[in-house]
Design a protein around this ligand. Structure first.
Ligand SMILES: NC(=O)c1ccc[n+]([C@@H]2O[C@H](COP(=O)([O-])OP(=O)(O)OC[C@H]3O[C@@H](n4cnc5c(N)ncnc54)[C@H](OP(=O)(O)O)[C@@H]3O)[C@@H](O)[C@H]2O)c1
Length: 364
């Protein structure tokens, strides 16, 4: 018999919206395979919260998704509650998903855990904040965050499995940006940097402001999440990073920034040539150890586990006491809302098992 698992979704951007569609599209197959039936009882964006305690009917959900397309807010479509109303709804066994992009929802997440709910994070921001505050997310048994690095690839669960079986992680090398992977491949094919960035932007691989990707900041966040999961409580300032534009360009308009890019073409063409002359590939890589790390463009072996991958493929190589000579490598497409939403769903399934066992124990 299907066991209903109520859940609440915070955030209706591409990831949240794709997750809703994916759950609607797959609920029969998932229920048949796992016995769990996910029931969406609440959705929220920054304008407020919509609740339907018995579950939002499918037709209503589809209409809401349609009416909030193009970044229209929920409060323009339907009457909403304030986010604080969540505290009245939380109950043990429920799952709350954070698909927002800030720390604003953290108080709501803490209340949820307090009430016996599980949390699934798609949002990296709270996990990459200062360790004293972020520690809670890593330590709590009812919090999952697989989709924050490598989207649907089993990277976080592999790090945890290694630690749980008594291994010790010694270093990690990671290429975890689909966008910069795409860019590096375009540079290797001989495209000027300015053209490669414009193409990536036109194809939707970068944010509207490509500096959000080219700063490398998002990769520093992912690197910090990897390091902390590996058991190294690093802070942001223990990782050096290398933006792919001069720091003074930060204050330019996006238009001026795009116009200025050709002046960097020769710099990046020279870096590609240098790597190629050494028989190497240029990739944007994070190198991490317990002491800290570096995130930036790096020449890597052309036939290695990172250099041999092209386009928006993510690769993470984990060196441990057991995987000393050859690393354990996880590799595959790691970008895009579809894959990311699937990563969130996998976390939901894992948590559903834990939460149902907890409920059963409470009822015995
Ligand atoms: N898109 C991807 O492929 C991708 C890839 C890797 C990682 N991620 C991460 O996954 C997360 C979600 O991605 P996204 O692209 O869907 O993000 P997004 O486009 O920034 O959307 C964020 C959503 O959160 C809502 N929100 C903001 N504050 C809130 C609050 N306090 N309570 C409830 N909702 C709130 C926003 O509402 P308003 O619209 O009203 O502001 C918006 O609906 C982000 O952290 C992102 O970094 C996404």
């Amino acid at each position: 018999m299907d066991r209903p698992v109520p859940f609440i979704l915070l955030g209706l951007g591409p990831v949240g919206r794709t997750l809703v569609r994916q759950i609607l599209d797959t609920h029969k197959a998932v229920a048949q395979r796992t016995g769990f039936q996910f029931v969406l009882v609440g959705i929220a964006d920054s304008s407020g919260l919509m609740l339907e305690r018995e579950g939002i009917p499918e037709e209503m959900l589809l209409k809401i998704l349609q009416d909030t397309d193009e970044r229209r807010k929920l409060n323009g479509v339907i009457d909403l509650h304030p986010h604080t109303k969540l505290n009245e709804v939380y109950r043990p066994g429920m799952i709350v998903i954070d698909a927002t992009h800030s720390t604003d929802a953290v108080p709501r997440l803490k209340d949820a855990v307090e009430a016996g709910c599980g949390i699934v994070m798609a949002n990296k921001v709270p996990l990459a904040g200062e360790w004293a505050k972020a520690k809670w997310f890593y330590d709590h048994p009812l919090i999952r965050y697989e989709a924050t690095v490598g989207a649907g690839l089993p990277i976080i669960s592999t790090l945890r499995y290694l630690l749980d079986t008594g291994d010790e992680i010694t270093s990690i090398e990671a290429s975890v940006s689909g966008t910069l992977g795409f860019l590096c491949t375009a540079l290797e094919l001989g495209l000027p940097y300015s053209v490669a960035v414009a193409n990536a932007r036109n194809l939707g691989y970068t944010e509207l402001d490509p500096r959000d990707d080219l700063s490398g900041y998002d990769i520093v966040r992912k690197a910090l999440i990897l390091a902390r999961t590996a058991g190294w409580p690093l802070e942001m300032n223990s990782l050096s990073s290398e933006p792919m534009y001069p720091p003074t360009w930060i204050s330019q308009t996006v238009e001026d920034f795009m116009k200025a890019l050709p002046s960097l073409d020769e710099i990046y063409a020279a870096q590609v040539r240098l790597a190629q002359n050494e028989g190497k590939s240029l990739r944007y890589v994070a190198h991490l150890t317990s002491k800290g790390g570096r995130v930036g463009l790096t020449p890597v072996a052309r036939d290695g586990y990172i250099g041999s991958k092209s386009g928006p493929v993510n690769s993470v190589a984990i060196y441990t006491h057991r995987y000393r000579e050859l690393p354990l490598v996880i590799s595959g497409p790691g970008a895009g809302p579809e894959i990311k939403a699937a990563g969130v769903m996998e976390d939901m399934l894992q948590l559903a098992n834990v939460l149902q066992n907890k409920l059963q124990t409470m009822n015995e």
